[in-house]
Design a protein around this ligand. Structure first.
Ligand code: ADP
Ligand code: MG
Length: 261
């Protein structure tokens, strides 16, 4: 495992978790056709939690987080995000997409638009934000991810790490209350992983509720308040990072950890 350097003793005491529930998933099941991909998922996420989802390839991690912003539909059970139940109601789906930002392995930026245009497109056309305000917001978040000087370039002129930071800034421009990350550093060269993880750490420190699918166990140890381990479409085990890594309970978890650590 390539392990970027972290201050292993990051003080998490200021990263508070509130009593307020951000996401409630009850007895949720999902099938792709005949294939039962998610089984009896129960998960409550409090506002301010930083959750890392780990597990072998094909265990359903991406499917689970895609269900949380309704990129995928579930067939049984209940998902409630910020008090909004995810049903076929299009109005609800629209609301959820505003509340929940998502960052993917591949940055999915529009190659023919500048960085600034990538950041202002949805605010202007979907949110109907006045252009001047959208540009101000975009520049604010580009400064936050430390690349304001790239605003007028095109995605292809940026490094992978810079493009992923643009993708994070683009999500933040929609002012989400929850951020989902699906292996945001998996497509990056090792030297760029840290700059993206540092951006995510800053978000965590500001109290963003985050669910991150990642193989970066150093990040999990430094930032997560809870690690969830999935296998075969189920949540097999969950714990605080210290106990998860030092005292795994199930054989499945032990086997997984022995392969990656
Ligand atoms: P992970 O992110 O943990 O690697 P995924 O959620 O991507 O797992 O996939 C879980 C399982 O569902 C895998 O067996 C995968 O092949 C299958 N799967 C994923 N997406 C689809 C789809 N759109 N249609 C059918 N099967 C899918
Ligand atoms: Mg995946």
């Amino acid at each position: 495992m390539t392990e970027p350097h972290f201050d292993a003793n990051i003080d998490r005491s200021h990263m508070t978790v509130s009593d307020e529930v951000a996401i409630q998933i009850e007895n949720m099941n999902k099938w792709y056709g005949q294939f039962h991909v998610l089984r009896d998922i129960d998960l409550t996420v409090q506002r301010g939690e930083r959750i890392v989802i780990a597990g072998p390839s094909g265990s359903g991690k991406s499917t689970l987080i895609r269900c949380i912003n309704r990129l995928e539909e579930h067939q049984a059970g209940k998902i409630v995000v910020d008090g909004i139940e995810l049903t076929n109601d299009l109005k609800n789906i629209d609301k959820i997409r505003r509340e929940v930002g998502m960052v993917f392995q591949h940055f999915n930026l529009f190659p023919h638009l500048t960085i600034l245009e990538n950041l202002t497109l949805a605010p202007i056309w979907v949110r109907k934000t006045p252009k001047k305000e959208a540009i101000e917001t975009a520049m604010h978040f580009l400064e936050k991810v430390k690349i304001p000087e790239q605003a007028d370039k095109y995605p292809g002129q940026l490094s992978g790490g810079q493009q992923q930071r643009v993708a994070i800034a683009r999500s933040l421009c929609m002012k989400p209350r929850i951020m989902l990350f699906d292996e945001p550093t998996s497509a990056l060269d090792p030297e760029m992983i840290k700059e993206v993880l540092d951006t995510m750490i800053e978000l965590a420190e500001e109290g963003m509720t985050m669910l991150c699918v990642t193989h970066e166990m150093g990040f999990a140890q430094a930032v997560a308040n809870r690690v969830i381990f999935m296998a075969d479409g189920q949540i097999v085990e969950q714990n605080n990072p210290h106990d998860f890594f030092n005292n795994p309970q199930s054989e499945r978890t032990k086997q997984f950890l022995s392969q990656i650590l």
